[in-house]
Design a protein around this ligand. Structure first.
Ligand code: ADP
Ligand code: MG
Ligand code: MG
Length: 888
């Protein structure tokens, strides 16, 4: 194998082999752009090194050969004393990865060549500055010396001289600093800073290879499901110098605004500096536009190059460049990151420019970005006092009174207060408080901390790891860095999309994108928001190409109406349990308690109420399918709490009051008590053991449909049986249901065309789907319960207890309740769909778990051939978009 590629040999399609940075350096070289010559060592070489512990035998010779060629081209040798060639050694994997090694600049400098560099450049100071940078970077990243030690020495040198910034240090100061740095290296590593240029280079290359396996890099890969054996490439690039005086400098730029997508000049420039100074914020940069006044020729050339790159990559690019004494050099480019809003705007702009087509535009945005655009936000125009910043862990804008413990959070929220729960970090005991709070703020922990994971699972706003905020839960206060104190009860505002924390109430404005979906803002209007126009167009593309239909999980007419505005093509899951709550609870109690005659009465009382609910629902979804699920949850959920009831009974007894009813209730509660209610008497099992229950529900559906029909409506009800494990269960329910339906059709004189299907949410149902399909008109995969039962996880328990640990260990990249576990749960879905269709080719297939609105899962459901996904009304646009992306 060939292990080394000159920049002239590669291209952007070779990211697997050359890494992102190397592939794009090659691409720019071949576009004729001014890239300093160099070569890339392949990921294959890295793989061999990682597997065997040594560099492949051929590597040294190949590197020598490319180095020779480079030296020829540059007319000088690496580290040559009188005129040294210097190089940077830069890591560059296929995916950029936090925790991987940084770049080392100025390799080749040594005690011997530093004066040669000075003589060549005619600048003593520059040479010593470059040398101290080399020792600092090399010491830290290759030799593993604590970087602080160098920082301190540098600070000390500035202090001693009484200056503020590094450019004020002169050659002699820097020469002293070099001596100091070398001492640090010797003391910390027990060896001298290597003087042999080739040894410097080889050590740096090896350090880049090794950095593939740092703990942080490994963890990141496990979480992001990046294979652990890809390896990283290494780029060796001849140095160009931005630190050669005021006609030199370095900068970063975007081909258009990564925040808005607008075309223009965006970037930062720093005179007399080397690469990493810009990011490190050592000195203040100037806006890129100022470069026009500093060096017009380079500026014009840069603008030209940016245009070339945009047309070539057909996307926003970000770039790194350096100007050495008036000559512009390109050091890096890649397709740039952008905000969610910019992604939509850029995609449509590029379509208008004729650079990409609509299908490609769909690939340039995603559902997560759309979801982000739908959260309400803080009004940025309003006055606000930012007091800190943490990690944007779960989006949204939350305002409330500061509370520092869960008990208070619950208590205050019960009395109608909005609260923000502030903790150092959260643990499972905080769960109630987290549920009660508008938002959660922690001063410790990252994106996989307990707070972050649980908040995301609940869709609750969360900022975590705001380290500059000192949280003191004992005295119930938080202190900001500048000493402002937030006491319990003070209002704070937290922005889960940016991580910003504010004192006081920041006004919240609804998202214009939601206003648009709600129909309160029109994309066609001349003054319509640019973002809304872009979203409107992208949604139209998605709707045009998608095959999956999108339905809503909605239990009432109001949700159904909203879902319809958001583009729902029916209801995939109407839960009937809410129809048993509130004032109807009493009837349910009677139903549960009663002997045969009495239950009939209770059922008969419930019937008209249910029917009225269904009529409303069918009306709001007229002409579209509505899947109604018969009663699913365990009955004890409708009965009073066992402790409350026991107390009531005991009190009544003590006072010799009448308590017959409560006593019977209590007995019933005891009787119905289950160790594992989620695996107990629920779903179809209820229908089979409680006489008349399902029949009543079917009758309510059928009569509602009949009335809608007679009122010239177009009801399309589908009756769904939950928790079926075997076809026999379904057969019994079906027989009963068909009788009821036939009766209703006869009495109302209509033909209803009701269909009857089942949820597939137990492993057994999935495994026997072929049989079950004999008695089902449709399947709806209940992937929440299916995930619980396939993994043996109780969702309510495990998310708060050990999921954090699982995420931290990289066992999951994301909770299987958030994104479908394709290999396990997903494979059951795939096989059950195929088996069901083998029995009944026209079997309708859908999914109604939370996964129905999750981007990655939607792609999976598309791929396994389902007909529709169903999700909460708010997720519908996301599902539409992702269904379009999956099909495009
Ligand atoms: P990162 O991936 O962290 O951006 P880079 O390899 O791009 O690392 O390098 C870090 C900094 O050093 C960047 O600002 C880059 O432009 C600069 N740099 C890298 N190689 C050279 C070089 N050969 N000459 C001048 N500057 C360089
Ligand atoms: Mg870079
Ligand atoms: Mg279920």
């Amino acid at each position: 194998a060939k292990f080394v590629y000159d920049f002239t040999e590669g291209n952007r399609d070779l990211k697997d082999l050359l890494g992102g940075k190397g592939a794009n350096l090659a691409e720019m070289t071949n576009l004729g752009l001014p890239v300093p010559p160099g070569f890339t060592i392949t990921t294959e070489a890295c793989k061999v090194y990682l597997e065997s512990g040594t560099e492949p035998a051929a590597l040294r010779a190949e590197v020598s050969q490319h180095l020779d060629a480079l030296e020829q081209k540059m007319g000088k040798k690496l580290g040559q004393a009188d005129d040294p060639l210097l190089v940077s050694v830069r890591s560059g994997a296929k995916f950029s990865m936090p925790g991987m090694m940084d770049t080392v600049l100025n390799i080749g400098l040594s005690d011997a060549s530093v004066s040669g560099l000075a003589a060549q450049a005619g600048d003593e100071r520059f040479a010593w500055d470059s040398y101290r940078r080399l020792i600092q970077m090399f010491g830290k990243t290759v030799l593993g010396v604590d970087g602080e030690l160098f920082e301190e020495a540098l600070e000390e040198a500035k202090r001693a001289k009484g200056v503020r910034v590094d450019v004020e240090l002169d050659a002699a100061d820097l020469q002293n600093l070099v001596a100091h740095f070398k001492d640090v290296v010797a003391k910390e590593t027990g060896r001298d800073f290597p003087q042999d240029p080739r040894e410097q280079m080889d050590l740096a290359i090896r350090a880049v290879f090794d950095s593939w396996n740092t703990d942080r890099a490994k963890l990141y890969r496990r979480q992001e499901r990046i294979p652990g054996d890809l390896g990283t490439a290494v780029n060796v690039c001849s140095m160009v110098f931005g630190n050669l005086g005021p006609d030199s400098g370095t900068g970063v730029a975007f081909t258009r605004d990564p925040a808005s997508g607008q075309q223009g000049v965006y970037g930062d420039y720093l005179q007399n500096a080397q690469g990493e100074d810009v990011v490190a914020g050592i000195r203040n940069t100037v806006p890129l536009a100022d470069l026009e006044n500093i060096d017009k020729a380079s500026y014009d050339q840069l603008m030209q190059i940016m245009e070339t790159l945009e047309t070539h990559y057909k996307d926003l690019c970000d770039i790194e460049f350096t100007i050495e004494r008036g000559k512009l050099w390109m050091l890096q480019t890649r397709v740039g990151k952008r905000t969610a809003g910019a992604a939509f705007r850029i995609a449509t702009q590029l379509v208008d420019q004729g650079l990409i087509d609509e299908a490609e535009a769909l690939q340039r945005v995603n559902g997560a970005q759309l979801a982000q655009l739908m959260f309400p936000r803080f009004d940025l125009g309003a006055k606000s006092e930012m007091i800190g910043r943490g990690i944007a862990a779960s989006p949204g804008a939350a305002v409330g009174k500061a509370v520092f413990d869960s008990y208070t959070a619950v208590k205050w929220s019960r009395s109608g207060e909005k609260v923000i729960l502030i903790r150092r970090e959260t643990n499972p005991d905080d769960l109630n408080g987290m549920i009660a709070a508008e938002g959660i703020l922690t001063s410790r922990g990252g994106k996989t901390s307990h707070a972050a994971v649980v908040a995301r699972g609940m869709g609750k706003t969360c900022v975590c790891g705001a380290e500059e905020l000192e949280v003191d839960t004992k005295s119930r206060r938080m202190t900001t860095q500048d000493g402002t104190v937030i006491e319990e009860g003070d209002v704070v505002s937290i922005d889960g999309s940016t991580g910003k924390v504010y004192a006081g109430e920041v006004p919240v404005v609804p998202s214009p994108v939601v206003e648009y979906f709600e129909g309160r803002m029109h994309a066609g209007a001349d003054d319509a928001d640019e973002l809304v126009k872009a979203v409107h167009r992208i949604m139209a593309y998605a709707d045009r190409v998608r095959r999956l239909r999108v339905r809503a999980n909605a239990d009432n007419a109001e949700d159904a109406a909203r879902a319809r505005r958001f583009g729902a093509q029916g209801i995939g899951l109407c839960r009937t349990e809410h129809m048993f709550l509130g004032e109807r609870r009493e009837m349910v109690e009677r139903l549960i308690l009663a002997d045969t005659d009495a239950d009939k009465a209770a059922l008969e009382e419930l019937l008209p109420l249910q029917k009225a609910d269904f009529i409303e629902l069918f009306e709001s979804m007229d002409g579209l399918p509505v899947t109604v699920r018969l009663l699913d949850p365990p009955l004890h959920e409708f009965l009073p709490d066992i402790t409350d009831l026991s107390v009531r009974v005991a009190l009544a007894e003590a006072r010799h009051e009448k308590h017959e009813n409560d006593l019977r209730l209590l007995q019933a509660v005891h009787k119905l008590h289950e160790q594992n209610p989620m695996l107990g008497l629920r779903g179809v099992r209820l229908g089979l053991v409680i006489p008349g229950l399902f029949a009543m529900q079917v009758r309510a559906i059928a009569e509602a449909a009949a009335e809608r029909k007679n009122a010239k409506g177009d009801p399309r009800a589908e009756i769904m049986i939950p928790l079926v494990g075997t076809v026999q269960e379904l057969e019994i329910v079906r027989e009963e249901a068909e009788q009821v339906i036939a009766e209703v059709e006869k009495t109302h004189g209509v033909e209803l065309k009701l269909t009857l299907g089942t949820m597939i949410e137990l492993p057994r149902a999935a495994l026997t789907a072929g049989q079950i399909a004999e008695s089902a008109d449709f399947f709806s995969f209940g992937t929440n319960d299916l995930t619980q039962t396939v993994w043996g996880f109780s969702r309510d328990d495990v998310e708060a207890s050990f999921f954090t640990a699982y995420l931290e260990k990289g066992i999951f990249g994301v909770s299987p309740f958030e994104t479908i576990d394709k290999d396990g749960v997903g494979s059951l879905v795939r096989n059950a769909a195929a088996a069901g269709r083998a029995t009944r080719p026209d079997l309708k297939l859908g999914v109604c778990g939370e996964h129905g609105g999750d981007p990655e899962s939607v792609h999976f459901f598309h791929e396994v051939g389902l007909d529709y996904v169903s999700c909460s009304p708010f997720r519908i646009p996301v599902a539409r978009l992702e269904a379009g992306r999956a099909a495009a």
